[in-house]
Design a protein around this ligand. Sequence first.
Ligand SMILES: Cc1cc2nc3c(=O)[nH]c(=O)nc-3n(C[C@H](O)[C@H](O)[C@H](O)COP(=O)(O)OP(=O)(O)OC[C@H]3O[C@@H](n4cnc5c(N)ncnc54)[C@H](O)[C@@H]3O)c2cc1C
Length: 277
Amino acid sequence: MVADVIVETADTSTLVLFTGNDRLDYRAGHFLTIDPHQFEALDRFTSFLEYLKGRPEPPRAYSMCSAPHERYLAVTVKEERFVPKVTKYPPLLSPLLVKRTVRGMRLVVTGFTGPYTLPPDITSKTDHIVHVCAGSGSVPNVSILKYALENHPTLRHTFVYSNKTWDDVIFRDLLTELAARHPDRLKVVHTLTREDNESLFGPSVRKGRLDDKLLREMIPDPTAPIVYLCGPGISKWDREAARESGTEPQPRFIESVLTNLRAIGVPDGRIKRESYG
Ligand SMILES: Cc1cc2nc3c(=O)[nH]c(=O)nc-3n(C[C@H](O)[C@H](O)[C@H](O)COP(=O)(O)OP(=O)(O)OC[C@H]3O[C@@H](n4cnc5c(N)ncnc54)[C@H](O)[C@@H]3O)c2cc1C
């Protein structure tokens, strides 16, 4: 049952879910899935999209922003947009979850799964986790961060978070609060690509794209930390569209940060990634 809906930004909400008193057996970084067929309000739209696409609509994955030690399960969803001539179809589920979900509503979630978690022996591999995220890619990293701050006292974290504007930053207050509570263990650096308010910029809010210069500053010894990278990546639809037009798909956040991380010398084996393509 939806216990609360927290509006994070204009297009992003956190759904706090009450699941009864059973112990929730999930790991920080896991995701759950939500099947759009359960929502009567979407029935006609789902059938129409299935008719157009010629295949059933699959369940959508949503990472937990909550951590296993917390009382409630929570997911944070960013609404996708239909952009004429850019996106092929209007998004099905995220607009409903973000804009039309209210307290008391019941929904069926399935889970929990996913490889984007800390290995149990993480502290023997590193004492520094670098989180590199964009948009809703921060969701599993916030779960991992909260879990690790609580359970792995020898780990410190650098959280590099890319967004368009200051108002797009999800978990802004939470990240500030965690950094204030753990000044020796957490450093948060935002980077904003389309922010006009110059007064926001300083050491912890940078202007522009996440590039190799900023990554080199955050990762002075590239073989020491383990990087958790999450955000938009090339989707199978992007690959299909590129194949049809005889071009290469354009790199998105995941691909361009991977190139930058490799350029500064971070070994592939020390990069964990989750792509929201
Ligand atoms: C492991 C994982 C974890 C995730 N966690 C989160 C999270 O924590 N928060 C979050 O907000 N999102 C998360 N996502 C993304 C989420 O699962 C959905 O993809 C997102 O919410 C969009 O779903 P939608 O139904 O609104 O849009 P969709 O209906 O899936 O449409 C999205 C895009 O795909 C295109 N598309 C869809 N079907 C086709 C087709 N047949 N052919 C061509 N193009 C097509 C559409 O044109 C549109 O541009 C995660 C994804 C993964 C894989």
